[in-house]
Design a protein around this ligand. Structure first.
Ligand code: NAP
Length: 292
């Protein structure tokens, strides 16, 4: 018997990266998969086919996770298409890194909207469905920087700390109705999000990790599988870090020993606001951005 046989999982932002790995892992364990992404383009369609090839029902839905109304609409559609929703993985996430003194209101609002409000949107829309089932597992994709903080990522860290508080509160609120909520806090995971960092920064990272390597999306998916399945039926309100072993770790923005100065010289990743996609910039000490 597969671990998720007969269950339906909804994963947000799963056309690629960690979300895709989670969806594939769940499908391999028998779950039907509904996933969302900003647009269902060729890449999302390919993900849909890859998941369906594992012999489960799978459908990708276009939705902006940060939008309350859009989320209510898509959850209603998924519940109608699949009949039930047992597992929710709030995975959609972006970064808009920068020092506080230079951070714009837009950078702050976008990150909080996509990373944190999205989780509220989906949990809010799914609560009636899960209450009716008297069962459910909610997984919030947080980050180690949500636990430890990180210079240059105050917006991202705050959003990811919020994901932890949200999971812990929902665990208390909905636990008596059989619904569990937990958070996963990945460290350095090799995806397009971290591809934007220079090789030097990545090598520096690896040196600080006890296992001396970055994690893979599958490493995170394995933990998500544990939290989604009945193997964790007595686990709720918890945060699982995957993996950080240092009390003070600068997550990629800083080149190493220096503080602000080396941070300024570090290669930074940012997102083109109009598209919501990554572009890589070289941030110099003079503060100018050079797009790669
Ligand atoms: P990724 O490769 O950039 O993938 C993010 C996914 O989210 C993409 O499919 C993206 O869609 C989607 N997305 C972005 N904005 C969205 C929105 N408004 N509505 C719906 N979907 C949206 O990132 P990742 O590395 O797999 O990260 C996945 C999650 O893990 C994020 O929450 C991230 O913060 C967290 N995390 C990652 C790491 C790491 O080292 N990679 C570490 C800790 C935590 P498009 O394809 O349309 O852009």
């Amino acid at each position: 018997m597969k671990l998720l046989e007969g269950k339906v999982a909804l994963v947000t932002g799963a056309a690629r990266g960690i979300g895709k790995a989670v969806a594939l892992k769940f499908a391999a364990q028998g779950a039907a998969i509904a996933f969302t992404d900003l647009v269902i383009d060729d890449n999302a369609k390919a993900t849909e086919s890859e998941i369906a090839a594992l012999g489960v029902k799978c459908k990708g839905y276009a939705s902006n996770a940060a939008d309350f109304g859009d989320t209510a609409r898509v959850v209603e559609q998924i519940a109608a298409d699949f009949g039930r929703i047992d597992i929710l993985v709030n995975n959609a996430g972006i970064t808009r890194d920068g020092l506080m003194m230079r951070m714009t209101e837009q950078q702050w609002d976008m990150v909080i909207g996509v990373n944190l409000k999205s989780a509220f949107n989906f949990i809010h829309a799914l609560t009636p469905v899960m209450l009716k089932q008297r069962a459910g597992s909610i997984i919030n994709m947080s980050s180690v920087v949500g636990v430890h903080g990180n210079a240059g990522q105050s917006n991202y860290s705050a959003s990811k700390a919020g994901m932890i508080g949200l999971a812990k509160s929902i665990a208390q609120e909905l636990g008596p109705r059989g619904i569990r909520a937990n958070a996963i806090a990945p460290g350095f995971i090799m995806t397009e999000m971290t591809d934007a960092l220079s090789d030097e920064v990545k090598a520096d990272w690896a040196k600080r990790i006890p296992l001396r390597r970055g994690g893979t999306p599958e490493d995170v998916a394995n933990v998500a599988l544990f939290l989604a399945s009945d193997l964790s039926s007595y686990v709720s309100g918890q945060v699982l870090q995957v993996l950080v072993g240092f009390s003070k770790i600068r997550l990629g923005l800083s080149k190493g020993r220096g503080g602000l100065q080396s941070f300024r010289q570090a290669r930074m990743a940012t997102v083109a606001p109009e598209r919501g996609h990554w572009q890589v910039c070289e941030k110099t000490t003079a503060g100018s951005n050079r797009q790669n």
